[in-house]
Design a protein. Structure first.
Length: 285
């Protein structure tokens, strides 16, 4: 039973966190041969054998027969009782990280869906690997968001529902389309690194240890999965974007939800105020 990030042996630990690299895990992230390990009650040390098809205690939540405290299998210590006992990881990486095998399009669609619906589960699986092409993924998301936004605006404009908006069809003709193709990744990547840098500054201020800049950028880049919602439904989309980035920071930096939310929200507030100030300044001029 090894850490999926650094391969550290995880037997008989007092908490479900790798002592070497700090990666959190759950016992149910692994499968075991039946009767090869003991699962230890965190309250009194009573041991249990795994009985289900993955070698885990069944049910997953129960009361200890010795101390009568409630036990959650996901948080129990695991102790080998036979030579060669192993815990096989079940959640290691994502289809997007394995896109060379599953294909770019299926991996991309899977990542967007998982990040939008259950970002905690996605980041828990993604944290096992570092090189996941997050910037490439975010640029693809930015192109998709731009295409969806322009398509909706063009539809509304032709239907007479957005007469107040400029005609975006000029961006779909030469040379406008060339400028769009070049501007989308440039602006998006610049924002991703700027946001990551601001997040890093907040994390340092909060005293979060082991906070790597690359991990902050990864969280922001993967948050681009919900960019279409940000452009089409700004109030809801921005909150959604914030939730996804917050989840990434929590898992990549192994910090608390509160600190991750603070680190994600403060730069957004700064950017929002700066944008409002710029808008008002241009309006007054």
């Amino acid at each position: 039973m090894n850490c999926v990030r650094c391969d550290y042996l995880l037997w008989d630990l007092p908490e479900c966190r790798c002592p070497e690299c700090g990666t959190g895990f759950e016992v149910t992230d692994y499968s075991f041969a039946r009767q090869s390990v003991h699962f230890i009650c965190p309250h009194c040390g009573q041991s249990y054998l795994g009985t289900d098809e993955r070698g885990l205690p069944q049910p997953s939540r129960f009361s200890c027969v010795n101390c009568h405290q409630g036990i959650d299998t996901t948080r129990m210590a695991v102790r080998p009782i036979v030579e060669g006992a192993r815990g096989e990881p079940l959640r290691y990486g994502t289809p997007w990280q394995d896109r060379s095998r599953v294909g770019i399009v299926p991996g991309f669609v899977d990542a967007v869906a998982r990040l939008a619906i259950d970002p905690d589960e996605y980041f828990r699986r993604a944290s096992a690997k570092r090189n996941d092409g997050a910037i490439f993924f975010s640029v693809l998301c930015a192109y998709v968001a731009a295409a969806v936004f322009l398509g909706v605006m063009l539809l509304f404009h032709r239907a007479g529902l957005a007469g107040w908006a400029p005609d975006v069809s000029v961006l779909l003709r030469w040379p406008g389309i060339l400028g769009l193709i070049l501007a989308v990744p440039a602006i998006h990547v610049a924002w991703t690194y700027l946001y990551g840098l601001l997040i890093q500054a907040v994390l340092w201020g909060l005293g979060v240890g082991r906070c790597e800049f690359d991990s902050s950028v990864r969280a922001v880049a993967l948050g681009a999965a919900v960019l279409p919602a940000v452009l089409l439904f700004p109030p809801v989309g921005l909150v959604w974007y914030l939730i996804v980035v917050c989840s990434g920071l929590e898992h990549f930096h192994d910090t608390t939800r509160g600190k991750a939310l603070t680190a994600a929200a403060i730069p957004m507030l700064i950017a929002g105020n700066a944008g409002l100030f710029l808008f008002l300044s241009l309006g007054l001029n």
